[in-house]
Design a protein around this ligand. Structure first.
Ligand code: FA5
Ligand code: MG
Length: 357
């Protein structure tokens, strides 16, 4: 996959500025979380959500100790403008700028990743980042272990406070996680449609990250990154992540800043249309490349892409993927989907090196 690898579909999303739409559920939720922090920690957190989407590889990866050979560093997973700048893959890229002048902050923004397609995944989503740092001496702590313990306690308490305010009384659990830039690292999962859904990642800043931020060695603290869509799906009962990007009035008209956290009333779903794509694999095949090609052809009509079959014959590998086409706002005709499918069959061999079966 060559650089730059930002497709026209992604460029379209860059201009959507969803967090500036005051009556959009993601903005309503973001404001609710901001208000919670203002109420519980008056004047402590500085809020900023207008950072540019294009960030340096340094800020997004290097200073966060994400190694050169980590998959997220490759154009298979991340959108590159050029070899030194990317579409931010997380809001943590902005921590360095904020840490220059603030000891506690919240950042919200749209982030981009090449990813699978289904009700929970979309190549663009929103994160709400939070962080807080202290100085060991000013808290009367004598070493980093005490700092770590303090920060971890503070972090959990802070997040549980938000969760309680936003979700009320719900089932959730902490699990151990790994991020190169925090130690320890944790994830919070919440129950959604009977399944555990990963709602945020967080942890105690790795000392080298704070060093990269220009802080002295007595500094310590925590950071978190909420997946705003994941929380919003739970809070507003929104069943599909693609709805957040929809301009369908039947969706947008249901939410307002005034009404706050209300439940979404689903409108009837239009029928789904399945089309399969079978092919022999080339030497190197990356699923994310297929997802992107399908998305480029079908846009938001693609509800899901799933692998349904796989076999090997005389050393050749075959796969079959099922593409679920469905529109949010109208019935699709078989002819119209056939046009997309023909187009897909044209460009898949060219872009992916597969041989169609
Ligand atoms: C991160 O992005 C870290 N920057 C979070 C963090 C910040 C950790 C500060 C420590 C300190 P992760 O890739 O797990 O972590 O994403 C964070 C959250 O974003 C996830 O928990 C999930 O809720 C949400 N998320 C991740 N991928 C997607 C996706 N494709 N679609 C929607 N939401 C997603
Ligand atoms: Mg994660």
């Amino acid at each position: 996959m060559a650089i730059p690898n930002i497709s026209p579909k992604i460029y379209e999303l860059l201009g959507k500025k969803i967090l500036q739409r005051q009556n959009h559920p993601l903005t309503i939720l973001k404001n609710k979380i901001y208000e919670h922090f203002q109420k519980v920690y008056p004047g402590v957190f500085t809020m900023k959500d207008d950072f540019p989407q294009r960030v340096s590889v340094e800020d997004n990866f290097v200073k966060l100790l994400i190694p050169d050979d980590h998959p997220t560093r490759f154009p298979t997973d991340t959108y590159f403008f050029d070899k030194n700048t990317v579409l931010r893959t997380h809001t943590t890229a902005h921590d360095f700028e904020m840490l220059k002048n603030h000891n506690a902050f919240l950042i919200a923004g749209d982030v981009y990743r090449r990813d699978e397609i289904d009700a929970k995944h979309y190549p663009a989503f929103h994160q709400l980042e939070g962080a807080r740092i202290w100085n060991l001496e000013s808290l009367g702590l004598s070493n980093h272990n005490q700092g770590k313990e303090f920060a971890l306690y503070e972090l959990k308490k802070t997040i549980e406070g938000v969760a309680e305010e936003v979700f009320g009384d719900i089932e959730m659990r902490w699990i151990d996680a790994y991020f190169p830039f925090t130690e320890p690292s944790l994830e919070l999962e919440v129950k959604w449609q009977g399944e555990w859904l990963e709602a945020l990642g967080c942890g105690v800043y790795h000392p080298n990250v704070l060093k990269n931020a220009g802080k002295d060695s007595n500094t310590f603290g925590w950071a978190f990154g909420f997946g705003l869509e994941r929380w919003a799906m739970k809070v507003f009962d929104i069943p599909d992540i693609r709805l957040f990007w929809s301009d369908d009035k039947r969706f947008t008209s249901q939410f307002s800043a005034e009404k706050g956290l209300t439940k979404f009333v689903p409108f009837s779903k239009y029928p789904v249309c399945y089309k399969d794509l079978s092919f022999w694999l080339p030497e190197i095949f990356v699923e994310n490349d297929l997802f992107e090609v399908v998305r480029d052809v079908g846009g938001d009509l693609v509800e899901k892409v799933e692998k349904i079959d796989e076999f090997e014959k005389k050393g050749k590998k075959s796969r079959c993927y099922r593409i679920h086409y469905r529109s949010m706002d109208r019935s699709l005709s078989n002819e119209e989907i056939d046009v997309l499918q023909v187009r897909l069959r044209e460009i898949a061999p060219e872009k992916l090196g597969v041989v169609l079966r």
